[in-house]
Design a protein around this ligand. Structure first.
Ligand SMILES: NC(=O)c1ccc[n+]([C@@H]2O[C@H](COP(=O)([O-])OP(=O)(O)OC[C@H]3O[C@@H](n4cnc5c(N)ncnc54)[C@H](O)[C@@H]3O)[C@@H](O)[C@H]2O)c1
Length: 316
């Protein structure tokens, strides 16, 4: 059984969809939860749902894009529940467009919530976790970042950045009992029952947050058939596992959705190296491009040092 009873969890963007099901799941497993959202209506409703089910939660309305808002979440967790054991960095949104349509503010907002928010909340909770020698952080990356798609360059950059942040914090956290992993969820992109918006607001909110000019480019028919299985609550068990004391995995990323879970990783192929008979030329690159691109015989390094060791081994 995973250990969550009595732990204190912060879930960002917990008023809707994925964050909501994570907050409900953590509370049902015995954690006390700080339910964060920008929108008080949805945050309060989730706190009410948790209370009605016999759990313990408090709402904290704040923007995680703002370092002061992030610190407030940790203060609320400490003041109300005594500490922070778990941070689920879930708050995020898209501002989609083709590259020429993405202006400065569309880039800044998306980086600020996805990377900035994950950074600020983790950083605010870090000293408490370090002091107690225990912590779990679950980041929310995306297949839209790690594998990417058209008309979302800002989101792809942000979510791939979240993967980098996950790795960096996992490396720093390993010696002090802090585990950091990321999920790449697949969930229904439509508002859920907890939106607390009327129909018109709901349509507008959805267009602003998730509308994409390129949806037909990436929603292939075989995936569309899975849409009715994209219930966000099917992702939450992975979050509970990664948040638990029994999880010793760290620095990894997992795709999750439709009841399926799998590791997503960044690796390096064995590559090609010119011998010591002279510097590589452009003709060498052209002649050896298949070997340079090969993945077989590669590794998934834990960190830069392990990559360096791999390069050293190849060189012998
Ligand atoms: N839905 C999917 O299929 C999918 C796929 C890949 C990644 N993701 C990621 O999963 C996360 C949750 O997705 P979702 O579909 O549940 O999103 P959602 O838009 O339904 O809910 C996100 C919640 O975050 C809140 N929020 C936005 N900005 C915030 C801020 N600055 N501070 C605090 N709260 C803020 C919103 O008010 C909203 O309630 C996001 O990071 C998203 O990028 C979702």
């Amino acid at each position: 059984m995973v250990g969550l009873v009595g732990d204190v969890a912060i879930v960002t963007g917990a008023g809707r969809r994925l964050g909501r099901t994570h907050a409900l799941g953590l509370a049902a497993a015995g954690a006390r939860v700080v339910v964060n959202d920008l929108d008080a209506r949805v945050a309060d409703r989730v706190v009410g749902e948790i209370g009605a089910a016999g759990g313990t939660a408090v709402a904290c309305v704040a923007s995680v894009s703002d370092p002061d808002g992030a610190s407030r979440l940790v203060d609320v967790a400490s003041d109300r529940f005594g500490s922070v054991d778990i941070v689920v960095n879930n708050a995020g949104f898209m501002r989609n467009g083709y590259l020429e349509d993405i202006d400065r503010s569309m880039l800044d907002e998306v980086l600020a919530v996805n990377i900035g928010g994950s950074f600020h909340v983790s950083r605010a909770a870090w000293p408490l976790m370090k002091q107690r020698g225990h912590g779990r952080i679950v980041m929310t990356s995306s297949a839209g970042g790690m594998f990417s798609m058209s008309a979302a360059a800002n989101y792809a950059a942000a979510k791939a950045g979240v993967y980098g942040l996950t790795k960096a914090l996992a490396i720093e956290g390993r010696s002090c009992g802090i585990g950091v992993n990321a999920i790449l969820p697949h969930a229904n992109p439509l508002p859920d029952d907890n939106d607390a918006l009327d129909d018109e607001e709901s349509v507008q909110w959805n267009e602003e947050n998730w509308g994409t000019p390129a949806v037909d480019d990436y929603l292939v028919p075989s995936f569309l058939e899975l849409l009715d299985r994209r219930d966000p609550s099917l992702i939450t068990p992975l979050v509970l596992y990664l948040a638990s004391r029994s999880c010793t995995v760290t620095g990894e990323a997992f795709a999750a959705g439709m009841g399926r879970f799998s590791r997503v990783f960044v690796g390096e192929g064995p590559g090609w190296r010119r011998g010591d008979d002279g510097p590589p030329t452009v003709a060498d690159i052209a002649a050896n491009i298949d070997a340079i691109r090969a993945t077989e015989g590669g590794i998934v390094p834990w960190d830069l040092t392990e990559e360096h060791a791999f390069l050293g081994r190849l060189d012998r």
